[in-house]
Write a protein that binds this ligand. Structure first.
Ligand code: SAH
Ligand code: SF4
Ligand code: F3S
Length: 472
């Protein structure tokens, strides 16, 4: 009988992609996926350390496995990802029944680690960051062989896929644990990325989202000294037949250069959607966060975006309640959301992380209650702005990549031919309309008649309806 694998993934798109690849690797070896942890003989947690909450979730899930493992010692339990890299032995201390721990840079070892655990090996740990000096070749090699393994069934939809172009991060923002869990920034070789995009296109994928912690800082220098930058890479990917849309996250404000924006403007497949987190509206806070730019520089960047790409949708992340944040300083976040009119913002309450500069140098002095209030206040303003921006779409048609039936359609148990379908615009806005399941995977014109802060509602444009005013 084949092995049954249960895998749970928390964290960012990097982790979703890592899980996809681990599953592909194990499927090749005869594993089947199950969504029921009880029937699985292999249980994997792909973990995140960016905030305490993400770690608490995994430790509490591991807690629930204790009894199961006692009753059934043959079940193999593995912890992978960023928390594995960060906590290492601590995981064995807190959950002694875990069989192995594997960091994000060692995921190609997962099948071996499982096999060895099954043979009764002692607890094993494969972690390490592969700093540039020394083991760089190993890292490159492991990623070269590892990344192209794909498993279409693990994707958000069959038409959309993530594609890693960069690993690690060198920015060392004072609050952030990612450079400690993912290691130094390295671009993948462009030919490899293009090859992978072709494989994805052959599998029927229409939209690729390029992933990197500071994706627009992408750079790769080959053996002959030739450097490929983000705009060069986009031009290469634009040539891949079958791919219709190219998105990329997350951008770093300082590297949002004119040349890149012009490339986005000139190439129709590149989405005019830019996730460029501001993180805070106050220069003092940005300095304490060591983000490497001022609000004035960010504003300059926004003007460059608006001038070059008037239809672009820009989104942000914010951290509220970071060390020493006063009411006045917090207010600057509200002002900046109103000024920069973000499509949406992901808002996070500061969570102190072990091993970061903020932990050793600054005091986490904003009470939780205040963080919560600021979070709610900023979200309310962002929702106002999102709604006002979305309303502008009413009466316009947008091209929607149809992803499938909406979650609500499942709840409504719509069994007839008409179903509530969901998709996204080129600029990443969610669109809901009445259609049918055969439309999944098509790009259709949809005329918008209603909006909320999060969603556009519309109807598919029929030929009889005549010409429409188009928006992106
Ligand atoms: N590389 C990306 C984001 C990585 S983490 C970037 O630089 O934008 C995703 C988001 O989590 C960050 O943008 C930040 O807003 C938030 N974040 C990171 N560390 C955090 C912490 N210690 N507490 C709360 N939020 C944090
Ligand atoms: Fe973290 Fe800053 Fe790197 Fe983003 S750029 S991953 S916030 S250190
Ligand atoms: Fe979390 Fe690691 Fe991503 S810490 S946000 S899973 S890079």
């Amino acid at each position: 009988m084949s092995h049954r694998l249960y895998i749970e993934t928390v964290g960012c798109q990097m982790n979703m992609l890592d899980s996809e690849m681990v599953v592909a690797d194990l499927r090749k070896r005869g594993y089947e996926l199950t969504s029921d942890v009880k029937v699985a003989d292999t249980i994997l947690y792909n973990t995140c350390s960016v905030r305490a909450h993400a770690e608490d979730k995994v430790y509490s899930a591991l807690g629930t496995l204790k009894l199961m493992k006692k009753r059934n010692p043959d079940k193999i339990i593995g912890v992978m990802g960023c928390m594995a890299q960060k906590d290492q032995q601590v995981i064995f201390k807190r959950a002694p029944y875990v069989d192995f721990i594997v960091g994000p840079g060692q995921l190609q070892q997962v099948p071996d680690l499982i096999d060895q655990a099954r043979l009764g090996e002692e607890q094993q740990m494969a972690v390490g960051l592969g700093r540039r000096e020394g083991s760089n070749d190993d890292i490159k090699r492991s990623h070269e062989t590892f990344d192209p393994l794909r498993d279409p069934t693990m994707r958000p939809t069959p038409y959309q896929a993530y594609l890693r172009i960069q690993i690690g991060c060198d920015k060392f923002c004072t609050y952030c644990v990612v450079p400690n869990t993912r290691g130094p920034e390295q671009g993948r070789p462009p030919q490899q990325i293009v090859e992978e995009a072709k494989v994805l296109a052959d599998q029927g994928c229409l939209e690729i989202t390029l992933l990197g912690q500071t994706v627009n800082s992408y750079s790769y220098t080959d053996g002959q000294g030739k450097t490929t930058r983000m705009s060069d890479l986009l031009k290469m990917l634009h040539e891949v037949n079958g791919i219709k849309r190219i998105k990329f996250v997350t951008n770093y404000p300082r590297d949002m250069k004119q040349e890149l924006l012009e490339t986005i403007r000139d190439l129709p497949k590149i989405s005019p959607y830019l996730h460029v987190p501001l993180q805070h509206g106050s220069n003092d806070m940005l300095k304490r966060m060591r983000r490497g730019y001022t609000v004035e520089e960010y504003r300059e960047m926004m003007h460059l975006i608006w001038d070059t790409l008037p239809n672009a949708a820009v989104s942000s992340d914010f951290i509220v309640g970071f060390c020493g944040e006063t009411d006045e300083e917090f207010q600057t976040c509200i002002d900046s959301v109103r000024e920069f009119r973000f499509k949406n913002s992901f808002i996070f309450k500061y969570s102190e992380r072990e091993g970061t500069k903020a932990e050793s140098m600054l005091i986490d002095d904003v009470p939780y209650q205040v963080k919560q209030e600021r979070n709610n206040a900023l979200l309310a303003v962002q929702n106002e702005v999102s709604e006002a921006e979305n309303i502008k779409f009413i009466g316009h048609a947008v091209d929607v990549l149809v992803e499938g039936p909406s979650k609500k359609a499942d709840k409504l148990e719509q069994n007839g031919p008409l179903k509530q379908m969901v998709g996204r615009t080129h600029c990443d806005r969610i669109v809901v309309f009445d259609g049918n399941e055969r439309q999944a995977g098509q790009i259709l014109p949809v005329s918008i008649y209603e909006t909320t802060p999060f969603t556009l509602f519309g109807a598919v444009v029929t030929q009889e309806a005549g010409p429409e005013v188009y928006a992106l």
